[in-house]
Ligand binder design. Sequence first.
Ligand code: HEC
Length: 257
Amino acid sequence: MHTYAFKYHQSIKTVFLGLAALSIVFSLSFQPAHAETDEEIAISVATLLRSARAVISDRQKHINNPDIGDKGVSSDFVIATAKTNYMKATGNSLDAIDKSSLHGQLIDAELQAIKKVMDEAQTSINEQGVGLKGFLPAVFARLVTQNFKNSANGKATIKLTAPKDYVRNRANRPDKWEQNIIQEVFRSPSHPIGQHFAETADVKGKTAYRLILPEYYKESCLGCHGMPKGERDITGGKKEGGVLGELGGAISVVIYR
Ligand code: HEC
């Protein structure tokens, strides 16, 4: 009797465990794609900006060539190449993002901004007989972020900024929060290279998710941002006196909820 009761109990237990395991398997396989966190969305939006900016920097010499008319750096070309760069950077396709999600809406708004900037730049970029046209990666980035303000419809903003003492264009000046993170976190010698910072903070009276990513001077930047400080670069601006590997800027993303 005792043995029978024990066996019965064991088999009930086995059935229950089996059902529990099955229900886990089913719930996992039928779960919709996971909703992205604000952190994932902000990094994705910043990564697309970097991916598109790289298209311009990789073709800077070509864009500055006075002997060529049509450069072939159209909005379609920049978007297609930026998508390839994004895929290389993240392993994910921009086209796979759910269009109805906030992530999908912001990426779409950013692509619209890139298209507008590139369409409007065509006449200048394709002008034969002119070398330097002032169409630099940072200028491209600023124009995209300014257009994103409208296309994202107030849901989010992106900005390419820099330490206060290094800012070239006043439109790129860091706000208090950005300057504080740049100075106290990114410029701290103990801060791990490349690590972003994020928190929920008040922006113009609204609660928002803020994320900021550091950017560093590479060799290719120093012709304009390097030594000697104050000397004119080829664009006519004053060099910052920056050195290789130094914190030179930051991409700042705000998502309003
Ligand atoms: C040909 C000269 C030139 C080169 C090379 C260059 N920059 Fe700049 N950079 C500029 C100019 C000019 C601006 C101002 C752009 C604007 O009007 O928004 C600028 C703006 C910036 C900004 C935005 C903040 C600000 O100061 O207005 C950052 C960040 C920046 N550059 C970082 C870099 C980094 C990092 C590199 C190398 C990967 C680089 N730049 C290469 C000329 C240059």
